[in-house]
Design a protein around this ligand. Structure first.
Ligand code: PMP
Length: 391
């Protein structure tokens, strides 16, 4: 990514890409490098110097939080960014910080599973679901919980935990729980409930809500996630799990995350017609909007694959009506291409993740929309050229 290019100009000149550039393009993961350019342009604003004497203690100073390893500065900036964006309730909520929301997911399973002799509780999510859920849930063959599969076909009678990812990974749709039985416990994974991906239509208010820096600001390598938890005992047990698992969460990362979130919230205060500067979310909204426009155009021209359509809604934060423009494209190959992942790999040298990993079929693939411009442009160029041709 170029650090000198203007943030406002589009850099999607995929028509100019050399046809003989045949390198492999890996869009399997949701590595959020699209955000690199914005943070390069912000220059020193998020630079931090941490002296050697800092962060020696396991503990955080002046921390009255139930989550004893949460840096107070991070707690403050989490509350602030949610207030600025209006995407989640923070009042009367406990904040639990985690090493990515991946650790918080496991902490939530630990906290919400019955610890009696009733055996492992089923964990379900409607297909297509985030492919890591079944793997993480079953990797240690816990006696507390086990993967129960697609929530839409779940037949269990007893208590269960349902994961609701909204907007959903992989397909980008907004979701509600589907099992709706009395003994259901819900975990809401709201990693993508930010205005660059979907209109913010209401202030999310659920018992356990998980967020992550990875998809909000793009700092996946910082490994910081947070949970907003209504019930004190659940928050206490989640904290206990993280204490057992890693004795807290990197303070260096927490301080960096606090700084990045502060710059994001400050940018929202400064944006608007008078200053002619874009907030972080306006900038990233524009980047996603441009990419989705180009992808839809490519789908229309090729007629060999489709991407989902979303309904337009008004975003309370950005103050405009738009369709979701998710972090992933859930692409369906049409007309006789049975294994879409294999087809794109062999014919187009594009690596994607097959629908089968998400509890769906092989005619679908998930494609990251968050890669650097250079890779995204090559991807567009290749899928725009005849679907029958090789490179
Ligand atoms: N939940 C969802 C729905 C995700 O897509 C991801 C990242 N791909 C995560 C959780 C994990 O994020 P983190 O980097 O915070 O562990």
């Amino acid at each position: 990514a170029s650090g000198t290019s203007s943030l406002s100009s589009s850099s999607c000149n995929y028509n100019e890409i050399e046809e003989d550039d045949d390198r492999i393009i890996n869009l399997k993961l949701g590595d959020p490098t699209v955000y690199e350019r914005y943070w390069q342009e912000m220059g020193e604003m998020t630079t931090m110097v941490i002296p050697g004497w800092q962060s020696l203690s396991y503990f955080s100073d002046n921390n009255n939080n139930l989550c004893w390893f949460l840096e107070p500065e991070l707690g403050k900036e989490i509350v602030r960014v949610h207030k600025v964006v209006g995407n989640a309730v923070t009042q009367d909520r406990f904040i639990v910080v985690g090493t990515g929301s991946t650790q918080l997911y496991q902490a939530a399973l630990y906290a919400l599973s019955p610890h009696d002799d009733s055996g492992p509780i089923d964990v379900v999510s409607a297909a297509p679901f985030y492919s890591s859920y079944p793997l993480i849930t079953d990797c240690l063959k816990s006696g507390l919980y086990r993967w129960g599969g697609d929530a839409k076909t779940y037949k269990g009678e007893g208590p269960y935990i349902e994961l609701v990812t909204s907007p959903n990974n992989p397909d980008g749709f907004l979701r509600h729980s589907v099992v709706n039985r009395s003994k259901g416990i819900l975990i809401h994974d709201l990693a993508y409930y930010w205005p660059q991906y979907t209109p913010i239509t209401s202030i999310a208010d659920h018992d356990v809500m998980l967020f992550t820096a990875s998809k909000s600001t793009g700092h996946a390598g910082m490994r910081i996630g947070w949970g907003l938890v209504k019930d004190r005992e659940t928050a206490r047990k989640m904290t206990e799990y993280i204490e057992l698992n890693t004795i807290g969460v990197s303070k260096d990362s927490q301080l960096r995350a606090a700084k990045v979130l502060k710059v994001v919230s400050d940018s929202c205060g400064r944006s608007g017609n008078e200053t002619k500067t874009k907030s972080f979310f306006e900038h990233s909204y524009d980047a996603m909007s441009e990419r989705w426009k180009l992808l839809r155009q490519a789908a229309k021209n090729s007629k060999r694959f489709t991407v989902p359509d979303f309904t337009s809604q008004r975003c309370n934060f950005l103050g405009k009506v738009f369709e979701s423009q998710p972090a992933f494209a859930w692409l369906k190959c049409e007309e006789g291409i049975i294994d879409c992942e294999k087809f794109l790999r062999e014919k187009k040298k594009i690596l994607t993740k097959s629908g089968k990993y998400f509890g769906d079929d092989q005619s679908y693939v998930r494609i990251s929309m968050l890669d650097r411009d250079s890779n995204f442009n090559i991807f567009l160029s290749r899928i725009s050229s005849s679907f029958n041709s090789t490179l």
